[in-house]
Design a binder for this molecule. Structure first.
Ligand SMILES: *Cc1c(COP(=O)(O)O)cnc(C)c1O
Length: 369
Protein backbone atom coordinates (compact mmCIF):
# COMPACT_ATOMS: atom_id res chain seq x y z
CA UNK A 1 0.00 0.00 0.00
CA UNK A 2 1.21 3.54 -0.74
CA UNK A 3 2.79 5.58 2.05
CA UNK A 4 0.61 8.19 3.68
CA UNK A 5 1.40 11.73 2.52
CA UNK A 6 -1.20 13.29 4.81
CA UNK A 7 -3.32 12.04 7.70
CA UNK A 8 -5.58 9.25 6.48
CA UNK A 9 -7.72 6.53 7.96
CA UNK A 10 -7.09 3.53 5.78
CA UNK A 11 -9.92 0.97 5.77
CA UNK A 12 -9.12 -2.57 4.71
CA UNK A 13 -12.24 -4.17 3.25
CA UNK A 14 -10.54 -7.57 2.92
CA UNK A 15 -10.03 -7.52 6.70
CA UNK A 16 -13.74 -6.72 7.09
CA UNK A 17 -14.61 -9.79 5.00
CA UNK A 18 -12.27 -11.89 7.13
CA UNK A 19 -13.86 -10.69 10.39
CA UNK A 20 -17.39 -11.22 9.08
CA UNK A 21 -16.58 -14.78 7.98
CA UNK A 22 -14.77 -15.51 11.25
CA UNK A 23 -17.73 -14.38 13.36
CA UNK A 24 -20.20 -16.19 11.10
CA UNK A 25 -18.35 -19.46 11.74
CA UNK A 26 -19.16 -19.09 15.44
CA UNK A 27 -22.89 -19.19 14.64
CA UNK A 28 -25.30 -21.95 13.79
CA UNK A 29 -26.06 -21.80 10.05
CA UNK A 30 -29.61 -20.54 10.64
CA UNK A 31 -28.60 -17.77 13.07
CA UNK A 32 -28.97 -14.35 11.51
CA UNK A 33 -26.21 -11.75 11.52
CA UNK A 34 -26.93 -8.13 12.32
CA UNK A 35 -24.04 -5.76 11.64
CA UNK A 36 -23.87 -2.77 13.96
CA UNK A 37 -22.81 0.20 11.84
CA UNK A 38 -23.63 3.02 14.26
CA UNK A 39 -21.25 5.95 14.71
CA UNK A 40 -20.01 5.82 11.09
CA UNK A 41 -19.40 2.08 11.46
CA UNK A 42 -17.21 2.66 14.50
CA UNK A 43 -15.49 5.58 12.84
CA UNK A 44 -14.65 3.89 9.56
CA UNK A 45 -17.38 4.82 7.05
CA UNK A 46 -20.89 3.49 7.47
CA UNK A 47 -21.83 3.66 3.78
CA UNK A 48 -18.81 1.77 2.44
CA UNK A 49 -18.93 -0.74 5.28
CA UNK A 50 -22.66 -1.37 4.89
CA UNK A 51 -22.37 -1.74 1.10
CA UNK A 52 -19.57 -4.26 1.54
CA UNK A 53 -21.49 -6.22 4.19
CA UNK A 54 -24.68 -6.12 2.14
CA UNK A 55 -22.76 -7.81 -0.67
CA UNK A 56 -21.54 -10.42 1.84
CA UNK A 57 -25.17 -11.18 2.58
CA UNK A 58 -25.46 -9.80 6.07
CA UNK A 59 -29.08 -10.09 7.30
CA UNK A 60 -29.63 -6.86 9.20
CA UNK A 61 -28.06 -3.55 10.10
CA UNK A 62 -28.32 -1.49 13.26
CA UNK A 63 -27.60 2.17 13.85
CA UNK A 64 -28.05 4.19 17.03
CA UNK A 65 -30.03 7.11 15.63
CA UNK A 66 -32.52 7.63 12.82
CA UNK A 67 -30.22 10.06 11.02
CA UNK A 68 -27.60 7.33 10.64
CA UNK A 69 -30.19 5.07 9.03
CA UNK A 70 -31.24 7.79 6.59
CA UNK A 71 -27.62 8.09 5.40
CA UNK A 72 -27.61 4.34 4.64
CA UNK A 73 -30.96 4.48 2.82
CA UNK A 74 -29.74 7.46 0.75
CA UNK A 75 -26.72 5.36 -0.24
CA UNK A 76 -28.88 2.50 -1.48
CA UNK A 77 -28.76 0.13 1.48
CA UNK A 78 -31.91 -1.99 1.19
CA UNK A 79 -31.52 -4.53 4.01
CA UNK A 80 -33.58 -3.96 7.17
CA UNK A 81 -32.12 -1.33 9.53
CA UNK A 82 -32.83 -1.40 13.26
CA UNK A 83 -32.62 1.98 15.00
CA UNK A 84 -31.40 1.21 18.52
CA UNK A 85 -32.17 4.54 20.08
CA UNK A 86 -34.99 6.18 18.16
CA UNK A 87 -36.62 9.35 19.37
CA UNK A 88 -40.24 10.38 18.84
CA UNK A 89 -39.18 13.53 16.97
CA UNK A 90 -37.86 11.21 14.20
CA UNK A 91 -40.76 8.75 13.98
CA UNK A 92 -42.07 10.21 10.70
CA UNK A 93 -38.60 9.91 9.15
CA UNK A 94 -38.26 6.38 10.48
CA UNK A 95 -41.48 5.30 8.78
CA UNK A 96 -40.82 7.23 5.57
CA UNK A 97 -37.37 5.63 5.22
CA UNK A 98 -38.41 2.10 6.27
CA UNK A 99 -36.26 2.06 9.40
CA UNK A 100 -37.26 -0.22 12.27
CA UNK A 101 -37.37 1.24 15.76
CA UNK A 102 -36.33 -0.29 19.03
CA UNK A 103 -39.29 0.26 21.36
CA UNK A 104 -37.94 0.62 24.86
CA UNK A 105 -40.55 2.42 26.95
CA UNK A 106 -44.31 2.88 27.27
CA UNK A 107 -44.02 6.44 25.97
CA UNK A 108 -42.08 5.34 22.91
CA UNK A 109 -44.55 2.51 22.26
CA UNK A 110 -47.57 4.80 22.49
CA UNK A 111 -46.03 7.48 20.30
CA UNK A 112 -44.78 5.03 17.69
CA UNK A 113 -48.19 3.38 17.40
CA UNK A 114 -49.71 6.84 16.90
CA UNK A 115 -47.15 7.64 14.18
CA UNK A 116 -47.70 4.31 12.42
CA UNK A 117 -51.47 4.83 12.50
CA UNK A 118 -51.12 8.38 11.14
CA UNK A 119 -49.11 6.94 8.26
CA UNK A 120 -51.80 4.25 7.72
CA UNK A 121 -49.30 1.49 8.34
CA UNK A 122 -50.23 -2.14 8.82
CA UNK A 123 -47.91 -4.57 10.64
CA UNK A 124 -44.99 -2.11 10.69
CA UNK A 125 -42.01 -4.05 12.14
CA UNK A 126 -40.75 -2.96 15.56
CA UNK A 127 -38.30 -4.48 18.03
CA UNK A 128 -39.19 -4.59 21.73
CA UNK A 129 -36.21 -3.97 23.99
CA UNK A 130 -36.13 -5.33 27.54
CA UNK A 131 -33.85 -4.32 30.37
CA UNK A 132 -32.28 -7.44 31.88
CA UNK A 133 -29.62 -5.76 33.99
CA UNK A 134 -27.74 -3.10 32.03
CA UNK A 135 -30.19 -0.46 33.28
CA UNK A 136 -29.77 1.70 30.19
CA UNK A 137 -32.72 1.35 27.76
CA UNK A 138 -35.54 -1.17 27.85
CA UNK A 139 -38.83 -2.19 29.43
CA UNK A 140 -38.79 -3.92 32.80
CA UNK A 141 -39.85 -7.57 32.50
CA UNK A 142 -42.99 -6.78 34.54
CA UNK A 143 -44.30 -4.55 31.73
CA UNK A 144 -45.15 -7.43 29.38
CA UNK A 145 -48.91 -7.32 30.07
CA UNK A 146 -49.07 -3.57 29.52
CA UNK A 147 -47.14 -3.89 26.23
CA UNK A 148 -49.38 -6.68 24.97
CA UNK A 149 -52.50 -4.69 25.83
CA UNK A 150 -51.26 -1.85 23.61
CA UNK A 151 -50.20 -4.21 20.83
CA UNK A 152 -53.54 -6.01 20.78
CA UNK A 153 -55.33 -2.71 20.34
CA UNK A 154 -53.63 -1.89 17.01
CA UNK A 155 -52.77 -3.56 13.72
CA UNK A 156 -50.40 -0.75 12.75
CA UNK A 157 -47.31 -2.45 14.19
CA UNK A 158 -46.03 -6.00 14.64
CA UNK A 159 -43.25 -7.28 16.88
CA UNK A 160 -40.47 -8.50 14.60
CA UNK A 161 -38.12 -9.20 17.50
CA UNK A 162 -37.62 -9.10 21.23
CA UNK A 163 -34.14 -8.21 22.42
CA UNK A 164 -31.93 -7.19 25.29
CA UNK A 165 -28.28 -6.22 25.78
CA UNK A 166 -25.61 -7.81 27.96
CA UNK A 167 -23.86 -5.61 30.51
CA UNK A 168 -20.55 -7.46 30.80
CA UNK A 169 -20.28 -10.05 28.03
CA UNK A 170 -16.50 -9.57 27.76
CA UNK A 171 -15.87 -9.97 31.50
CA UNK A 172 -14.93 -13.51 32.52
CA UNK A 173 -15.56 -12.61 36.19
CA UNK A 174 -19.18 -11.72 35.43
CA UNK A 175 -20.25 -15.18 34.27
CA UNK A 176 -22.90 -15.52 36.97
CA UNK A 177 -24.41 -12.13 36.25
CA UNK A 178 -24.42 -12.71 32.49
CA UNK A 179 -26.00 -16.15 32.82
CA UNK A 180 -28.68 -14.55 34.96
CA UNK A 181 -29.32 -11.99 32.22
CA UNK A 182 -29.62 -14.84 29.69
CA UNK A 183 -32.13 -16.65 31.93
CA UNK A 184 -34.14 -13.50 32.51
CA UNK A 185 -34.25 -12.95 28.75
CA UNK A 186 -35.41 -16.52 28.11
CA UNK A 187 -38.22 -16.11 30.64
CA UNK A 188 -39.30 -12.81 29.12
CA UNK A 189 -39.32 -14.35 25.66
CA UNK A 190 -41.39 -17.32 26.76
CA UNK A 191 -43.99 -15.22 28.56
CA UNK A 192 -44.16 -12.74 25.69
CA UNK A 193 -44.61 -15.44 23.03
CA UNK A 194 -47.31 -17.17 25.01
CA UNK A 195 -49.24 -13.96 25.58
CA UNK A 196 -48.88 -12.47 22.09
CA UNK A 197 -49.53 -15.78 20.30
CA UNK A 198 -46.66 -15.62 17.80
CA UNK A 199 -42.88 -15.99 17.96
CA UNK A 200 -40.85 -12.84 17.34
CA UNK A 201 -37.10 -13.30 16.68
CA UNK A 202 -34.91 -13.20 19.77
CA UNK A 203 -31.46 -11.56 20.04
CA UNK A 204 -29.15 -10.73 22.89
CA UNK A 205 -25.46 -11.04 22.01
CA UNK A 206 -22.98 -8.38 20.95
CA UNK A 207 -19.49 -9.43 19.74
CA UNK A 208 -18.23 -10.66 23.12
CA UNK A 209 -21.55 -12.38 23.73
CA UNK A 210 -21.14 -14.26 20.43
CA UNK A 211 -17.67 -15.37 21.47
CA UNK A 212 -18.31 -16.19 25.15
CA UNK A 213 -21.94 -17.34 25.20
CA UNK A 214 -22.56 -19.72 22.27
CA UNK A 215 -25.68 -20.93 24.10
CA UNK A 216 -27.25 -17.47 23.88
CA UNK A 217 -27.15 -16.69 20.16
CA UNK A 218 -30.93 -17.21 19.75
CA UNK A 219 -32.22 -16.17 16.28
CA UNK A 220 -29.78 -13.35 15.60
CA UNK A 221 -26.60 -11.76 16.94
CA UNK A 222 -25.57 -8.09 16.83
CA UNK A 223 -21.88 -7.59 16.08
CA UNK A 224 -20.05 -4.29 16.03
CA UNK A 225 -16.48 -4.25 17.33
CA UNK A 226 -15.66 -7.75 16.06
CA UNK A 227 -16.37 -6.70 12.48
CA UNK A 228 -13.88 -3.89 12.94
CA UNK A 229 -11.23 -6.29 14.20
CA UNK A 230 -11.33 -6.32 17.99
CA UNK A 231 -12.48 -9.19 20.20
CA UNK A 232 -12.09 -7.62 23.65
CA UNK A 233 -9.52 -10.29 24.60
CA UNK A 234 -5.96 -11.12 23.62
CA UNK A 235 -7.08 -14.54 22.38
CA UNK A 236 -9.79 -13.26 20.05
CA UNK A 237 -7.76 -10.26 18.91
CA UNK A 238 -5.41 -12.80 17.28
CA UNK A 239 -8.24 -14.19 15.16
CA UNK A 240 -9.59 -10.84 14.00
CA UNK A 241 -8.00 -8.19 11.78
CA UNK A 242 -8.29 -4.49 12.61
CA UNK A 243 -9.77 -2.84 9.53
CA UNK A 244 -8.73 0.75 10.29
CA UNK A 245 -5.23 2.21 10.22
CA UNK A 246 -4.61 5.82 11.21
CA UNK A 247 -1.56 7.02 9.34
CA UNK A 248 0.13 10.37 9.10
CA UNK A 249 3.39 11.96 8.14
CA UNK A 250 6.15 14.04 9.72
CA UNK A 251 5.57 17.72 8.89
CA UNK A 252 8.66 19.10 10.58
CA UNK A 253 11.59 18.08 12.78
CA UNK A 254 13.14 20.33 15.43
CA UNK A 255 16.39 19.92 17.33
CA UNK A 256 16.05 21.47 20.77
CA UNK A 257 18.44 22.20 23.60
CA UNK A 258 18.21 21.30 27.28
CA UNK A 259 15.35 23.01 29.14
CA UNK A 260 13.56 24.21 26.02
CA UNK A 261 9.83 23.66 26.14
CA UNK A 262 7.46 22.16 23.57
CA UNK A 263 3.89 23.13 22.78
CA UNK A 264 1.13 25.10 24.46
CA UNK A 265 1.57 26.12 28.06
CA UNK A 266 5.13 24.86 27.79
CA UNK A 267 3.94 21.51 29.11
CA UNK A 268 7.07 19.59 28.10
CA UNK A 269 10.63 20.50 29.03
CA UNK A 270 13.54 18.81 27.28
CA UNK A 271 16.02 16.98 29.43
CA UNK A 272 18.94 17.29 27.05
CA UNK A 273 19.62 17.73 23.36
CA UNK A 274 16.46 16.31 21.87
CA UNK A 275 14.71 15.93 18.53
CA UNK A 276 10.97 16.44 18.08
CA UNK A 277 8.65 15.73 15.17
CA UNK A 278 5.43 17.59 14.48
CA UNK A 279 2.59 15.40 13.15
CA UNK A 280 -0.57 16.79 11.49
CA UNK A 281 -3.10 15.04 13.69
CA UNK A 282 -4.68 16.62 16.76
CA UNK A 283 -7.68 16.59 19.03
CA UNK A 284 -9.90 17.85 16.21
CA UNK A 285 -9.00 14.64 14.37
CA UNK A 286 -9.90 12.48 17.35
CA UNK A 287 -6.63 12.18 19.22
CA UNK A 288 -7.86 13.54 22.52
CA UNK A 289 -5.80 15.62 24.92
CA UNK A 290 -5.76 12.62 27.25
CA UNK A 291 -3.07 11.12 24.96
CA UNK A 292 -0.73 14.05 25.59
CA UNK A 293 2.12 14.48 28.03
CA UNK A 294 3.83 11.14 27.66
CA UNK A 295 0.82 8.83 27.52
CA UNK A 296 0.14 8.12 23.85
CA UNK A 297 2.72 7.26 21.23
CA UNK A 298 3.08 6.82 17.49
CA UNK A 299 5.31 4.56 15.43
CA UNK A 300 7.96 6.06 13.17
CA UNK A 301 10.26 3.75 11.22
CA UNK A 302 9.18 0.88 13.50
CA UNK A 303 10.09 2.79 16.66
CA UNK A 304 7.91 4.19 19.39
CA UNK A 305 7.78 8.00 19.60
CA UNK A 306 5.96 9.35 22.64
CA UNK A 307 3.60 12.34 22.43
CA UNK A 308 5.18 15.21 24.37
CA UNK A 309 3.37 18.23 25.77
CA UNK A 310 -0.27 18.96 25.12
CA UNK A 311 -2.14 17.62 22.12
CA UNK A 312 -3.02 20.64 19.93
CA UNK A 313 -6.18 20.97 17.84
CA UNK A 314 -4.43 20.10 14.59
CA UNK A 315 -1.08 18.65 15.62
CA UNK A 316 0.92 16.61 18.09
CA UNK A 317 4.61 16.77 18.82
CA UNK A 318 6.45 13.53 19.49
CA UNK A 319 9.89 12.75 20.83
CA UNK A 320 12.06 11.30 18.05
CA UNK A 321 15.38 11.60 19.87
CA UNK A 322 17.45 8.64 18.70
CA UNK A 323 15.03 7.74 15.90
CA UNK A 324 16.36 7.96 12.38
CA UNK A 325 13.65 9.95 10.56
CA UNK A 326 13.01 12.82 8.18
CA UNK A 327 10.29 15.23 7.22
CA UNK A 328 7.84 13.38 4.97
CA UNK A 329 8.34 10.01 6.68
CA UNK A 330 5.25 7.97 7.44
CA UNK A 331 3.80 7.89 10.95
CA UNK A 332 1.55 5.11 12.27
CA UNK A 333 -0.85 6.05 15.05
CA UNK A 334 -2.44 2.60 14.86
CA UNK A 335 -2.79 -0.15 12.30
CA UNK A 336 -3.20 -3.94 12.13
CA UNK A 337 0.09 -4.45 14.02
CA UNK A 338 0.26 -1.47 16.37
CA UNK A 339 -3.32 -1.81 17.46
CA UNK A 340 -5.88 0.87 18.26
CA UNK A 341 -6.64 -1.08 21.45
CA UNK A 342 -3.02 -0.58 22.61
CA UNK A 343 -3.08 3.09 21.66
CA UNK A 344 -6.34 3.46 23.60
CA UNK A 345 -4.88 1.56 26.54
CA UNK A 346 -2.03 4.08 26.79
CA UNK A 347 -4.62 6.61 27.97
CA UNK A 348 -6.76 4.13 29.93
CA UNK A 349 -9.55 4.00 27.38
CA UNK A 350 -10.84 1.36 24.94
CA UNK A 351 -10.68 0.63 21.21
CA UNK A 352 -14.34 1.63 20.76
CA UNK A 353 -13.58 5.16 21.89
CA UNK A 354 -10.52 5.92 19.78
CA UNK A 355 -12.08 4.34 16.67
CA UNK A 356 -15.33 6.28 16.88
CA UNK A 357 -13.47 9.49 17.75
CA UNK A 358 -11.62 9.77 14.42
CA UNK A 359 -13.30 12.84 13.03
CA UNK A 360 -14.80 13.37 9.61
CA UNK A 361 -11.92 15.71 8.76
CA UNK A 362 -9.64 12.70 8.34
CA UNK A 363 -9.79 11.36 4.80
CA UNK A 364 -10.93 7.74 4.52
CA UNK A 365 -9.03 5.60 2.02
CA UNK A 366 -10.25 2.13 1.09
CA UNK A 367 -7.97 -0.78 0.30
CA UNK A 368 -8.60 -4.47 -0.17
CA UNK A 369 -5.62 -6.65 0.59
C1 LIG B 1 -23.35 -1.09 20.09
C2 LIG B 1 -24.26 -2.21 20.35
C3 LIG B 1 -23.94 -3.51 19.92
C4 LIG B 1 -22.61 -3.89 19.35
O1 LIG B 1 -21.70 -4.20 20.38
P1 LIG B 1 -20.20 -4.70 20.08
O2 LIG B 1 -19.62 -4.90 21.42
O3 LIG B 1 -19.54 -3.58 19.35
O4 LIG B 1 -20.30 -5.93 19.25
C5 LIG B 1 -24.92 -4.49 20.06
N1 LIG B 1 -26.12 -4.21 20.63
C6 LIG B 1 -26.43 -2.98 21.09
C7 LIG B 1 -27.76 -2.74 21.72
C8 LIG B 1 -25.51 -1.93 20.99
O5 LIG B 1 -25.81 -0.72 21.48
Amino acid sequence: MPKALETVLEINLAALTHNFNYLKLKLQPQTKFLAVVKAFAYGSDSVEIAKHLQNLDVDYFAVAYAKEGVILRDAGITKPILVLHPQPINFNTIIERCLEPSIYSAKVLKEFIAAAETHSQSQYPVHIKFNTGLNRLGFSPNKIDAIILKLNATSAIVVKSIFSHLAASEAKNELTFTNKQIDTFKNIAQEFETKIGYKPWLHLCNTSGVINYPNAHFNMVRCGIGLYGFGNSAKEDKNLKPIASLKSVISQIHKIKTNETVGYNRAYTSKGLEKTATIPVGHADGVSRIYGNGKGFVIINKQKAVIIGNVCMDMIMVNVTGINCNEGDEVIVFDAKYKASDFAESAHTISYEILTAISQRVKRVFISE
